[in-house]
Design a protein around this ligand. Structure first.
Ligand code: ADP
Length: 261
């Protein structure tokens, strides 16, 4: 537990730092992009120097992408949460994931439980799945399988305190596992840190799992990883389920009392 606490304090501190830098840097980028566009507008359309500005703008775009990822990690992004069915999200993004992982990797959905309703930003949960699938693909260069399973879980106070997690209650559990190369303990400890990567610089930024971590935290959920070299990797993501009454109230608002003078 002490180890877990230290880990989460470390992530908190890095998050604060990264969020602050990303926020300020974003403002600077806005100026660069704005003045870049203005400079382009002031040039004659056939000016050969236009291409220089285009390089500046393209690089700024990449930088904006990085700051966006960092903001997701430090939980400084705006979420649009609404009650959504987790299985529906997995199904909707399935095609995209299949294309992402390629033909040599089989995507196996194991969606159980009905009405796995969570309060979530659908786009962000899709982002989580895409990031996990990208890593799974990179861990299985010779092919394999990627399984995405869902189920409802009642988590008791004992479980929560022994893991250093949040409130006990009903959670939707999403398990994402691959049959890839796995990781050793040293790698496993650092995977959620921003900029930690074991990939070649042009292949990895080290921000994928940081984003995942931040997004899940912002949803008041939690994530853990089981992995061993040669044995594949399993990520478990818990998202708090919405109490049934809440979703029904949202879906079918009580009719207002009628008549009566
Ligand atoms: P990136 O993918 O850019 O390296 P991530 O934050 O997504 O950044 O991942 C960090 C590191 O975690 C990866 O470089 C890799 O070493 C390890 N990793 C993540 N997912 C897996 C996986 N499914 N199997 C093996 N290693 C993984």
């Amino acid at each position: 537990l002490e180890e877990q606490l230290r880990q989460s304090q470390k992530m908190e501190a890095i998050g604060q730092l990264a969020g602050g830098v990303a926020h300020d840097f974003n403002n600077i980028l806005t100026a660069i992009i704005g003045f870049g566009n203005l400079a382009k507008m002031k040039m004659k359309p056939d000016d050969p120097q236009q291409v220089l500005i285009d390089h500046i703008l393209a690089s700024s775009d990449r930088a904006a992408h990085l700051t966006h990822s960092l903001l997701a990690f430090s939980r400084k992004q705006v979420l649009l949460p609404k009650p959504v069915d987790l299985n529906a999200i997995v199904q909707n993004v399935g095609k995209l994931l299949s294309r992402l992982i390629g033909e040599d990797i089989e995507l196996i959905p194991r969606l159980t439980g009905q009405g796995l309703i969570v309060m979530a930003d659908e786009g962000q949960i899709e982002q989580v799945l895409m990031n996990l699938a990208t890593n799974a693909r990179d861990a299985m260069p010779g092919g394999g399988s990627l399984t995405i399973a869902t189920e409802a879980k009642e988590l008791g106070a004992d479980f929560m305190s022994s893991h250093g997690y949040g409130k006990a209650g009903k959670y939707a559990l999403m398990t994402v596992s691959d049959t890839g190369r796995g990781m050793d303990a040293k790698t496993r400890e650092r995977i959620f840190e921003p900029f930690f990567t074991t990939k070649a610089p042009e292949k990895g930024t080290g921000l994928g799992l940081s984003m995942v971590y931040g997004i899940i935290k912002q949803h008041e959920g939690f994530i853990n990883v089981y992995s061993e070299p040669g044995k594949g990797t399993t990520f478990r993501i818990y998202l708090p389920m919405v109490a049934k009454a809440t979703t029904e109230a949202r879906a079918e608002p009580e009719p207002l009392p009628r008549g009566g003078h």
